[in-house]
Design a protein around this ligand. Structure first.
Ligand code: BGC
Ligand code: ZN
Length: 370
């Protein structure tokens, strides 16, 4: 069976490996599901993996099969699987349980273990391959009506976690409602975060560097989001005009933006940090002012990573709502299809070189007729 692998921590290695086709008996207690991979998305984490900046191979291997945004079809199930059947469409979660108390209750995304296991990223092979087996616990069923956008569910789960956690944190305020939100960054996560907030009826301003019109600014305006280029207007000026921002979702991939965002957060507001910044950038900040504003304004800033299956399920519901409200909008994010695993070199090239790509995704196989 073909799979696409890299050598973690080495720059720009990518090769095809031959792995045995997995079997149901690899998963104990009859809970295994054999899945045929149909589509795999690529994101900034894959860029970092390919760049040699991140990730680790599973024990006993010197390579890592990548790909964590995956959509597939069930081929066969173990004796004790009732949740899905052959022919169903599924998306797997990414992180697998460790040992902390958070893992024990099924919230692996909140693990406090120093070692974490993520398929296609850290210590576990991913999904850029033909088939995988998984415990049914880690598979989320996709309704047939949403199969065309199933590959976007993993990134959506990340923003669902951020939004749900923000609302949970804000229950401290008893009567809080976000009226105005801001999203920093207009890449896949920024776009999906803007969508998530629009679906919750919030007025959204998106900040990105590029001047409009761009494909991304059009997408945002099509769902009623105000687009501001930070080349034309500072975040502070925009906040004076379009804020105050009760909720800010930071997804720019650039850590200095965090402090810009913190500066324009409303009183009692919440700032969600979701950018993974593996570099070593250092900047000076006005610490007294920032601290004073947060103290006097009862503000919160928190980080969020990964997602457990509950957030994938919220994502499915939001996808259904989005398709009803703005039909076809999510499909427009699938900008750069790559045909087949054999074209992995083109996949990495597109990921690295095509700045305007929203979602590079590999079409691994066609679905089976059921
Ligand atoms: C993945 C998450 C993961 C994170 C850190 C992201 O790209 O979508 O599932 O937790 O990278 O490894
Ligand atoms: Zn990801």
């Amino acid at each position: 069976m073909k799979a696409i692998a890299i050598t973690p921590r080495q720059e720009h290695t990518a090769f095809m490996v031959d792995l045995p086709k997995p079997t149901l008996d690899e998963i104990p207690n009859g809970r295994g599901v054999l899945v045929k991979v149909l589509m795999v998305g690529q994101d900034g984490t894959d860029k970092e993996l390919y760049g040699g900046e991140y990730g680790a191979p599973p024990p006993g291997y010197d390579f890592l099969v990548t790909g964590h945004e995956s959509f597939g079809q069930v081929v066969d199930v173990g004796a004790n699987v009732t949740q899905v059947a052959a022919g169903d469409f599924v998306v797997p979660t990414v992180r697998r349980p460790g040992n902390s108390i958070y893992d024990v209750i099924g919230t692996n995304d909140m693990t406090t273990d120093s070692t974490y296991y993520e398929r296609g990223i850290n210590l576990r092979h991913g999904f850029l391959t033909e088939y995988y087996v998984e415990d049914v616990e880690f598979l989320v069923k996709i309704p047939n009506g949403l199969k065309h956008i199933g590959v976007l569910l993993e990134p959506m789960s990340i923003i669902e976690k951020g939004i749900v956690q923000a609302y949970e944190i804000q229950r401290r305020l008893k009567v809080w409602q976000p009226h105005k939100a801001a999203v920093v960054g207009a890449g896949t996560i920024g776009l999906l975060a803007a969508l998530g907030m629009r679906l919750r009826g919030v007025d959204v301003t998106a900040f990105a560097r590029s001047q409009k019109p761009t494909f991304n600014s059009d997408l945002l305006e099509d769902i009623g989001v105000r687009y501001v280029s930070t080349r034309e207007m500072s975040m502070a000026d925009a906040a004076a005009q379009f804020g105050p921002f009760d909720l800010i979702f930071e997804a720019s991939g650039s850590s200095p933006q965090v402090f810009e965002a913190a500066n324009v957060l409303a009183k009692n507001g919440v700032l969600v940090l979701s950018s993974i910044t593996g570099g070593s950038k250092t900047i000076e900040v006005q610490s007294d002012k920032l601290n004073l504003d947060f103290v006097l304004g009862n503000k919160v800033m928190f980080g969020t990573v990964n997602a457990h299956r509950g957030y994938f399920e919220t994502g499915v519901a939001d996808f259904a709502q989005a398709e009803a409200a703005w039909p076809g909008w999510l499909s427009r994010l699938l900008t750069h299809p790559i045909q087949g695993l054999d074209n992995y070199a083109e996949m990495f090239r597109t990921l690295l070189e095509t700045k305007e790509a929203i979602k590079v995704h590999v079409i691994v196989s066609e679905e089976n007729a059921i």
